[in-house]
Design a protein around this ligand. Structure first.
Ligand code: SAM
Length: 274
């Protein structure tokens, strides 16, 4: 029975490939790659001669069917992406699903992935984490709001020219004090992993301490608050009897660890209640 191999490749440092990945890429009938020219260079580096097929977001549907036909006729296929583990913010989902439904064995060949490399060195909690990949700008604040009470580490990917914008949205939703780790250019010459508050990280990006170039993983510490909305409302109610809204909100944010903007909305409701 032929097999579909999901093969992880390096995320920068070419030494980060497993022996099993090299053996698999050498032995399969076809290598399906996101960008054949890019992956050809990688294969040449390891002296692998392989028949290649382009497989990307725009032809995923047709090529999945062609690949499954090849697999059903007895040929084996390895799927690779430009970097790291295929399917992780990369195409491949359709072919894996179709292969599974067609009774073909899908074999992972594990290796590098930027999200796990970043998490392992982030110093943030690893017992629970949420990987959200790239969050589209349009719905970003709404999506981030859903993560306000998430206790696990939130892992995001972002392009360099959009990273400051992402950090601004994070600051707005989670407040300036939430810890965030920026992992840049992992496994490469200018690798940088820096942990600080959201506010300080924005300064770091703006003053060049963290150059806004290369590849970025942004990891946000999970919420550590044990306060629920009712308790926050009680605290706000008490503070609002003595203080103006902004002071009450600032103090409540320090006391509860809940984000200021959420507390601010609640404070306005409490203040304006009949
Ligand atoms: N499949 C890949 C993986 O397993 O990590 C991710 C592919 S996704 C299209 C590319 C994004 O992953 C980049 O924009 C960046 O956010 C992140 N990334 C990839 N390589 C990286 C590296 N060496 N250092 C930091 N982030 C990286």
């Amino acid at each position: 029975m032929s097999k579909l191999y999901i093969v992880a490749t390096p995320i920068g440092n070419l030494k980060d490939i497993t022996e099993r990945a090299i053996e698999t890429l050498q032995s399969v009938d076809w290598v399906a790659a996101e960008d054949t020219r890019h992956s050809r260079k990688l294969l040449e580096h390891y002296h692998i001669k392989a028949r290649m097929l382009a497989y990307h977001d725009h032809n995923e549907r047709e090529v999945s069917e062609q690949l499954v036909a090849k697999l059903l006729s007895g040929e084996s296929v390895a799927l690779v992406s430009d970097a790291g583990t295929p399917l992780i913010s990369d195409p491949g989902y359709r072919i894996v699903r179709l292969a599974q439904e067609s009774g073909i064995n899908v074999i992972p060949i594990p290796g590098a992935s930027a999200m796990l490399a970043a998490l392992s060195a982030s110093g943030l909690a690893t017992d629970r984490f949420v990987f959200v990949g790239f969050i589209k700008k349009k719905a970003r604040k709404k999506q981030l709001q859903l993560l306000v009470k998430e206790s696990g580490t939130v892992i995001m990917y972002e392009a360099p020219h959009r990273v400051i914008d992402l950090m601004n949205d994070l600051l707005e939703v989670f407040g300036p004090d939430r810890r965030v780790v920026i992992a840049r250019e992992l496994t490469k010459r200018f690798e940088q992993i820096l942990a600080s508050s959201l506010h300080e990280q924005l300064v770091n990006l703006e003053n060049g301490t963290i150059p806004v170039k290369g590849e970025f993983v942004v990891l946000l510490e999970g919420s550590t608050t044990s306060f629920d909305e009712n308790q926050a409302d009680e605290i706000l109610q008490l503070l609002l009897t003595e203080l103006a809204v902004s002071k009450a909100v600032g103090l409540a944010a320090k006391l509860t660890g809940l984000p200021r903007n959420e507390l601010y909305q609640r404070a306005l409701v409490i203040r304006d209640a009949p």
